[in-house]
Structures are given as C-alpha cells and as structure tokens.
Design a protein around this ligand. Structure first.
Ligand code: ARG
Length: 473
C-alpha cells in the first residue's frame, strides 16, 4: 500500500481541488494531513454507504439502471480486492473514501465518476463512522457479557466462601466471595446498558447532508437512512456533519468500562500478593521476572489498571478537540478516529485477558476465611444484637467499642469479654465464631447467603436479558 493523503496528487499531478489551485501541495502538507493508514478500517462501512447512496441516486433519477449496476458491480469488486488484500492503493488516494471512489471509477468508467454526486466526504465520513460505532459497541458489549458470565460462574462456584469486606482498605465486615464478585458484575451491567444507549443515539444517518447544507439535487436522506438500517435520519445538515457526540459518548463509555476493569485489576494485584494470599493466578495468565526466579507477576491486571489511563486520555482528547469548533465540518474532526479505534481495540483486549485470568485463577478460600474471621469483624453484629434487645444504637456502638478497646489493650479476648458482659453474654459470644458473622446479613442486596442466593438469580436473569438485547442490537 502507498500511504497517501487528502492532498496527494494523482498520476496526472492533480489534487481533488486542482481546478481551483495553480500549484501542487507541499510534501509536509501531505505528511501531516494523511489519514489513510487508520481510516482504512472504515472500508467496509464506506462501501456499504456508497451502495446506499447509489440506490438513492437511482431513486432520484440521477443514475439510470445500467449506470447503477456498473457502479454496484465495481463496489463489489473493490470489496473483494480489499478483503483479499489485493487492493492497490495509489498515491492519488486521499483517504479511504477517495481510494474507494477512485477504484470504482477505474472499474466502472464514466458511471463511476457520478458516485460522489450530491455527497461530500463530510457526510460520508460521518456516516461511515456511525456505522462503525454501531457495530463496534455491540462487539465490546458482547465481550463485557462474556466477562460477566465468568464472574457469575465463579460466584456460583464460590458457594459459602467468604472474604473480609473492606472500607478504607481496612477490614470491615465479612462478605460472601460471590457477593464481592457480583459487585463487579453489576458495574459491568451498567456498562452494557451505556454501550447500548450510546449505540441508540448514534443510530442516526447523516447521509444527504452533503458538505454542510444538503443538496439541490433530488436526494432522499430518509431512503438512504432506511437502506443503511439507521433508525432515524438527521434533522439539520450542519449538525449532521459536525456532530461527534456519539464518538465522545462511546469514548466515555469505554473510559468508564476501563475504570471498572482497572478496579478489578487492582484487586487482582492486591489479592495475589503474599500479604493477602487470596488468589493464585494460573501460569498461563501470569508472567515471570527476567531476574527474580521466584516471581509470578499479575501483568494483565496491572495493564488493565494502567491502560485505563489511556482510555481516559482518549476521552479528554475528543472533548478538547470538539470544544472550540465552529459549525460545521472542520478538519480537526479527523482526530476522532484514532482514539476511538484504539479505545475499542484496547477494551476488547482487556476484557478478553481479564476474562481468562478470572476464569482460571484459584481462590484461596482458607486464607480468605482466616482473614475474615478476626473477632473484631463481628463488632457490628454485636451492636445490632444489643439494638434488638432495645439498646439505642449509639449506646450499643459505645459498649462494643469499649470491649474492642479493652481486648486490643490486652485485657482479655473479645469472646471472654462479650460472654462476661451483662448486656451480651455467652450466646452473643457465638457471633464471634468463624463464619457466623457473614450469615447475619439477611437484607435485600446484602452480603449473606440468603440475599446472595436471590442476587445470583437476579444477576443471571439480567445477564440473560442483556444477552438478548445485545444479540438483537
Ligand atoms: N479524512 C477526513 C476526516 O476524517 C474526511 C473528510 C474530509 N473532508 C474535508 N472537507 N476535507 O474527517
């Protein structure tokens, strides 16, 4: 392939705007404005958009049946050449849009030169990118669903295993391991929701807006919108060619998804340390050290954490690019594509790698239970027991707090102090036994076995519905 650019001259030394210009473009201009290396990714969408445009030109009486057949056959050939990797990019190709048009004209002759009638690259690129976003967001959502499936499987397998729940990264109250895993699952469910909502807002055809103002020719934007499977058509041609809200929204969704994956990554890093010892990574999803023979490192988790910075950067980049733009199209908008493509690629890679890591890791339920079973973890249960007996919560909090302080000062064990307390006693001390505290959480959405069983069912049902929604999108 020859890298080419908007201003690259064709074989006869002509640019797209050769009529208006006396001289040719500078080499630096060509090097700086090139977009073909990355917008090639839109080739399939560009061909799809062109087919719809051709059929619209026929409906408008601008192309006759024979001309349309010749152009459509040429588009088929271009599609085959691109798919087979034998499409020959030329120095005169400005970007993927002009590369396709140039080849169609070579193949179809005079009718090919009518392809761009009533169309501008401004509405063309917006159309292509919306088609891409609609597809890409569904693909990312499918991968999110896969990771959610892994979390559900691991949560079901976890049974009654429990871990310390933390606030301020200090042990707070024990929670079922399943509960902890599903907490991440629900965050991902919101990501799926957002991806589908963004997709729905992107589902508007800009084709027919022309360069900025529509056309004097009998074009049919609603017809091409329907042909391309768009749910709606633009209302304002200036907005249609300059709106990149859908890119910003997609980048926000992917940045937030990245933040969620980063938080999972951070916990994998912590849990797989010797200090925590809650998680053992499978060899296939861990890395070694080039110098330290004993090391097994959680690089996937670290990169899920680290690369989320890049996704946030992409969101910042598009918002900054958009904020100063006067209507309508400005070349600045070409900067929409690289962040978007990279965010989609990186999200897909992260979801796959973390899914594999979580599916194959071993949970060290003994170490989790040992960490969760400190007698102090049941302090809230003791206070709530006092509340059940009529003690106001503030008073109960103070009573238990004093017992904790006394124990920490070495004047007896929690169990003995609780058993000896006139308002608590030996029955209350059974709350301190291993595994008891977590069973006390019984309210909806809580961390104990009863609500978690119901939550598992709700999560499985939500996943089933979301699979249907994503499958139908
Ligand atoms: N490569 C351009 C982009 O991505 C295509 C549109 C060019 N339009 C123009 N008026 N120069 O934005």
């Amino acid at each position: 392939m020859t890298e080419a650019d908007d201003a690259a001259p064709d074989a006869e030394g002509r640019t797209l705007w050769h009529g208006r210009f006396a001289g040719g473009p500078a080499e630096e201009l060509l090097a700086y404005t090139v977009s073909l290396p990355y917008d090639r990714r839109l080739a399939a969408d560009d061909i799809q958009g062109s087919r719809a445009h051709v059929r619209g030109l026929v409906r408008g009486g601008i192309l006759d049946g024979d001309e349309a057949a010749a152009v459509l056959a040429a588009l088929d050939e271009v599609e085959d050449e691109l798919a087979a990797g034998r499409f020959a990019f030329a120095a005169s190709d400005e970007d993927i849009h002009t590369a396709v048009e140039r080849r169609v004209t070579e193949l179809a002759g005079a009718p090919g030169a009518k392809l761009h009638t009533g169309r501008s690259r401004n509405d063309q690129v917006a159309t292509d990118l919306r088609l891409y976003v609609k597809r890409a967001l569904v693909e990312v959502a499918e991968r999110v669903l896969h990771l959610q499936g892994v979390l559900l499987d691991r949560a079901r397998e976890a049974g009654d295993a429990y871990v310390p729940g933390y606030t301020h990264l200090q042990r707070a109250q024990p929670v079922l391991l399943a509960h902890h895993l599903l907490a991440h699952g629900w965050a991902l469910a919101r990501d799926v929701d957002r991806l589908l909502a963004t997709r729905a807002r992107a589902d508007v055809s800009p084709l027919g807006a022309g360069a900025l103002a529509g056309s004097s020719l009998p074009l049919d934007p609603s017809g091409t919108a329907a042909d391309l499977g768009f749910a709606a058509v633009f209302d304002n041609s200036l907005d249609a060619v300059s709106d990149r809200d859908f890119v910003a929204e997609a980048l926000f969704d992917l940045a937030l998804l990245g933040v969620h994956l980063s938080r999972i990554g951070e916990e994998v890093v912590l849990w797989s340390t010797d200090e925590f010892g809650f998680l053992k990574l499978d060899d296939a999803y861990a890395t070694g050290s080039s110098m330290l023979p004993q090391k097994k490192n959680p690089d996937i988790a670290e990169l899920a954490r680290g690369r989320s910075g890049r996704l946030i950067g992409h969101l910042t980049a598009i918002l900054t690019t958009l904020k100063g733009l006067p209507l309508a199209y400005n070349r600045d908008l070409q900067e929409d594509k690289e962040p978007l493509f990279d965010a989609v690629d990186q999200s897909a890679l992260a979801l796959g790698a973390l899914g594999g890591l979580l599916a194959t890791s071993r949970f060290e339920v003994g170490a989790m239970a040992a960490a969760a079973d400190t007698p102090y973890a049941a302090a809230t249960d003791l206070a709530e027991l006092l509340v059940e007996g009529g003690t106001p919560f503030r008073e109960a909090h103070a009573i238990v707090g004093e017992i904790v302080r006394t124990a920490l000062e070495g004047h007896g064990t929690m169990a003995d102090l609780v058993a000896a307390h006139p308002k608590l006693g030996p029955d209350a001390a059974t709350l301190l036994e291993p595994g008891v505290s977590v069973t006390r959480r019984t309210t909806r959405g809580g961390a104990g076995p009863i609500p978690v069983a119901a939550q598992l069912d709700r999560f499985a049902e939500r996943l089933r519905l979301d699979r249907e929604r994503v499958g139908g999108a």
